[in-house]
Design a protein around this ligand. Sequence first.
Ligand code: ZN
Length: 301
Amino acid sequence: MVEATADRAALDRDFMRQALAFGARGQGTTWPNPCVGALVTQDTADGPVIVARGHTQPGGRPHGEANAFDRAGPNAAAGGTLYVTLEPCSHRTIRAATPCVERTILAGVRRVVAAMADPNASGLAAYPVDTYGAIIDLRYVNTGSLDVAGLDASAAWKTTVKGDPLALNASLSWLTRYERKLTPTSAKTPLAGQAGYPADLRARITASWTHGPALVTTSVNHVGDLATESGRRIAPWTTVDLQGRWRGEVLAARNLTLTLNVQNLFDQDPPFYDNPLAIGYDPANADPLGRMISLQLTKTW
Ligand SMILES: [Zn+2]
């Protein structure tokens, strides 16, 4: 087993050198893809040994990693380390080949060492090189941790307007810390207010006004601005909901309740986000549904 990190780093460099040399075998034949080399090692009592090698095949496919897994056969790579000269691809192409990241996970690789990030990544840094090992590690043992702190505040106020009750409620959720560590030794990643993670500010104000059998409720929802991986800003989002309810009697039918619900009354679009998933908004914090109106009639006996 390799214990010391200095030894591990030296071994990593050595195996990467071999992967680069192996990848060079495809030089000039792999267009339109780069000539990637890949090795899989397994730790043994005498140190790591190479159990599989691959390089990008003529015409660009299979990719280097896929070639190594194909040649290694089932289970040979499980628990091992993948050395690859270029960040494994994570996007599906028209040819629908399984991306190398998925192949890597399916092969059960425990650690990935990549020489460089993919400059052609259509994933737009969706999976930076240093996350692979950790993501794959999590499938074996969850060493990740999440540190969350914040402040929730709510206030309620009741009054009457011309003899009719009016209730006001306000709530605010302010996330001061949302930090993730993928492994006990990895650096903390602050994610509060980052696209794809909980917004650091959420607020909602609700007013309910009752007049006889009628109840009207309106709410204003606010999601604070968010930051993206590339440092851009996603605009805040404010929407209004409206609910009207009436309870009573029509002809001989008693105990009728009619409810009108309007979500996102002004049909506010979610703020634009140049999402790596190419969907144009942040699904963690916004909803593209738009205005939704529902009418409900309930009868109780
Ligand atoms: Zn690939």
